[in-house]
Design a protein around this ligand. Structure first.
Ligand code: GAR
Length: 217
């Protein structure tokens, strides 16, 4: 069974999607713990309510980012995860901590990467006037929001969309995208070999696209 550690800084709706999918049997996995840089994160409450280990570490108690990451990932690895999912984890991870976990660290980002890295992605998409927006699940590398993209969900931008309305529609697809991608991991179908993502033993030329049935074609 796939063992998932979750890093989250805020609301935790992606975490909740994982908890719910595991509960109803649509994701064959176990969450080994939920870890945060924010003791007030609603994600931690969701973890506790689901009976999961929940830990917060305060970055202000550490002199350096690398010391914080060493302490955080010490706790994360003690829970023995196969993969570590950043689900709304809003803190930069130091390059050595990323490199040590190559191929095991995943992030969900609310844009069709490489478009709109960083923050306020929905506002960025509206300002750019694109007709399509969405979300991506990618392997984390030291390059912020720049690691190899495994899968994406596309969402049309509608006339009159505001950042709020667009973000609500993207978030709904984002949850389904994360679950579909984690099912691939649970089935042992994805690996990062060198720079290339492999699915079912073959290199992936372009990211998988979530279809209307909430799975990959
Ligand atoms: C999600 O939209 C996630 O993609 C985004 O933060 C939100 C967290 O929501 N992550 C990033 O922007 C990372 N760069 P959640 O706490 O409800 O899962």
């Amino acid at each position: 069974m796939l063992r998932i550690a979750v890093l989250a800084s805020g609301r935790g709706s992606n975490l909740q999607a994982m908890i719910d999918a595991i509960a109803v049997g649509t994701l064959d996995a176990r969450i080994t713990g939920v870890f945060s840089d924010n003791a007030a994160a609603p994600a931690l409450r969701r973890a506790v309510d689901a009976g999961l280990p929940a830990r917060a570490l305060d970055p202000k108690s550490f002199a350096k980012r690398s010391a914080f990451d060493a302490a955080l990932f010490g706790q994360v690895e003690a829970s023995q995860p196969d993969v570590i999912v950043c689900a709304g984890y809003m803190r930069l991870i130091s390059a050595p901590a990323v490199r040590e976990r190559r191929g095991r660290l995943l992030n969900i980002h609310p844009s069709l990467l490489p478009a709109f890295k960083g923050l306020h992605t929905h506002a960025q998409a509206l300002a750019a006037g694109v007709h399509e927006h969405g979300a991506s699940v990618h392997f984390i590398t030291p390059d912020l929001d720049g690691g190899p993209v495994i899968a994406q969900a596309r969402v049309p931008v509608l006339a009159g969309d505001q950042a709020d309305s667009l973000s609500r529609r993207v978030l709904a697809r984002e949850h389904l995208l994360l679950l579909a991608t984690l099912r691939l991991f649970a089935a042992g179908r994805v690996a990062l070999l060198g720079e290339a993502i492999h699915v079912d033993g073959r290199p992936l030329a372009t990211p998988l696209q979530l279809a209307a049935n909430n799975d990959f074609p």
